[in-house]
Design a binder for this molecule. Structure first.
Ligand SMILES: [Zn+2]
Length: 359
């Protein structure tokens, strides 16, 4: 395998990992010095001048405590995000299958924490939610992946896995809602799943306490009001056999005027969930366990969850999206290279090697 030498991240992008230190998690404070350099990858062992704690620069990263060569670990993670199976990845990268499984868990957990840290306080105009079918363990054990996406930036806000129940939809929508700056100002597009309609007022609407009539008895339950700035549309697909006959548009909550406003912003003519449906197709290509009509199930549900998070993070932070390209007013450089996309290994290496505690 070709040995690649990566440059180490600049020292001022790293921070102290000691939670009791006053400079914990604060990069660029000029408190770190290099104690020594070790291993085949020339990893730096750092010392914090503030608290005196010494630690490896890999502490709290996806490669913490990993003995594997860095270039090889990167190659394994890249193969996993491209949808290669564990066995294929092991063969292509020249590592044992158990190494692939362990690295999958590491990058998956890292990606999950990274997502939770970075994806906060978002400002969106519209959201699309959908679920895709999959299995873990056996064909009798359904393991759905449900996601919420911003159709403008194609960014995935929330990702949950499990059985397709009301609980799964509740976790999905409440997770998406708590990542927004204003949950009362958006239009949500979903499929016809009944839980979306029943949960939407509670999770996105404004709660109020109805006035009690008289002075005896229990106080009435909290109710939810849909503000003018909020709406929910459901797209219900009617089929005969496998054939799609027509799509019913149901304006479940909020006004049509608000929906029209969102459609104008999105440059859509009719309400649809095209962005998340396209993401479903991409996600199936990025996970070996999500391939349709395949028997390549994850043996353990947590393996599938980890791969789901890793694929999502690569999709969000490292993949370019064709529909988001912007033409430059003046062409730059060679004409033939003006449309060449950013080489993605460099983009997602940032995700891979950044500490999950601080960023
Ligand atoms: Zn410190």
């Amino acid at each position: 395998m070709k040995k690649e030498s990566y440059t180490r991240p600049p020292l001022d992008s790293l921070a102290c990992v000691e939670p009791s230190c006053t400079l914990y998690g604060q990069s660029g404070q000029d408190n770190l010095s290099i104690r020594k350099v070790y291993g085949q990858d020339q990893i730096r062992y750092l010392r914090c001048g503030m608290c005196g704690r010494e630690f490896s620069e890999r502490k709290n990263t996806a490669l913490w405590n990993s003995k594997i060569n860095e270039a090889r670990a990167v190659a394994v993670a890249a193969q996993l995000a491209e949808g290669s199976s564990f066995a294929a990845t092991a063969r292509l990268c020249g590592v044992d299958r158990s190494t692939v499984e362990r690295l999958n868990r590491c990058v998956g957990q890292h990606a999950h924490v990274y997502h939770n840290q970075r994806v906060q306080g978002l400002n969106v105009q519209a959201l699309q939610a959908d679920e895709r079918h999959g299995f873990a363990g056996t064909k009798g054990h359904a393991a759905w992946e449900a996601e919420v996406m911003d159709p403008v930036s194609k960014f995935i806000l929330s990702h949950v896995q499990g059985r397709r129940t009301e609980g799964l939809i509740r976790t999905l929508l409440s997770d998406a809602a708590q990542r927004l700056t204003d949950r009362h100002d958006l239009v949500l597009f979903t499929d016809g799943e009944a839980s979306y309609a029943t949960l939407f007022p509670e999770l996105f609407g404004c709660a109020y306490q109805p006035v009690r009539r008289g002075s005896v008895g229990r106080r009435p339950q909290v109710r939810y009001r849909i503000p003018r700035t909020l709406a929910h549309v459901q797209l219900i697909k009617h089929r005969s056999g496998y054939q799609l006959t027509h799509v019913e548009i149901r304006y479940t909550h909020g006004s049509r005027r608000r929906v029209q406003q969102a459609l104008a912003h999105l440059s859509y003519r009719t309400p649809n969930t095209s962005a998340i449906e396209r993401r479903n197709g991409t996600a199936r290509r990025m996970s070996a366990f999500q391939v349709r009509k395949s028997l390549a199930f994850a043996h353990r549900p947590d393996t599938k969850v980890a791969l789901g998070w890793w694929g999502l993070t690569v999709y969000n932070w490292a993949r370019s999206h064709r529909s988001l390209r912007q033409a430059l007013p003046e062409p730059l450089g060679k004409k033939s290279s003006s449309l060449v996309r950013l080489r993605w290994p460099w983009a997602w290496r940032t995700v891979f090697f950044r500490s999950k505690i601080f960023f």
